[in-house]
Ligand binder design. Structure first.
Ligand code: PNS
Length: 165
């Protein structure tokens, strides 16, 4: 049935520290493919984040309220357990370059072993965002550069506030 894909719930998980225009492009495309898309921020990561989980949720909600079928949430523990709790049948991930592929392949295989009911769906990053990463954006802003073309306005505002503090 043509509408089958639209019946499903997908999770787009990540660190989103911070959300970039590349993430936003994937959210917009995912929102067209799935009935509901849950953008889920990982809590308790070992990485030292620039923004707290609450700060990230705040700006992501501001950006994602433009989409009627997108929810922003956070999770900890295993992604597949969170997917099960949320009745999600798909995990959405973006691939920018071949360097992303190896780690994504490993994660997708592990998640499939842990919960075969959840399929990982990959979308190729749009060409204009293929080089954009949260890590690069943090480096540029910390070194005094302009990141306005890489992040949504609410994120830019918070980034500027962080560096001028
Ligand atoms: O934006 P990131 O840092 O590439 O996202 C990585 C993320 C959050 C998708 C991944 O680290 C994750 O799913 N962590 C939850 C723990 C888990 O389920 N681990 C087993 C599968 S790798």
């Amino acid at each position: 049935m043509a509408s089958e894909g639209r019946e499903s719930i997908a999770i787009y998980p990540g660190s989103f520290d911070p959300l970039t225009n590349g993430h936003l492009d994937l959210i917009a495309r995912g929102a067209r493919l799935f009935r509901n898309l849950i953008v889920a921020v990982l809590k308790n990561t070992q990485k030292q984040p620039l923004f707290s989980v609450d700060e990230r949720l705040g700006m992501m909600r501001e950006v994602c309220c433009a989409f009627g079928n997108v929810e922003v949430d956070s999770f900890d523990g295993l992604l597949v357990d969170y997917a099960a709790r949320r009745d999600a049948t798909a995990i959405l991930r973006g691939i920018r370059a071949i360097s992303d592929y190896e780690i994504e392949l490993q994660m997708a295989h592990v998640n499939r072993r842990l919960r075969p009911e959840t399929e990982t769906i990959f979308l190729l990053a749009s060409e204009e965002y293929a080089f954009v990463s949260s890590r690069m954006i943090k480096e540029i802003i910390m070194l005094g550069g302009d990141v306005s073309q890489f992040v949504p306005a609410p994120v830019l505002e918070r980034l500027r506030a962080k560096v001028t503090r």
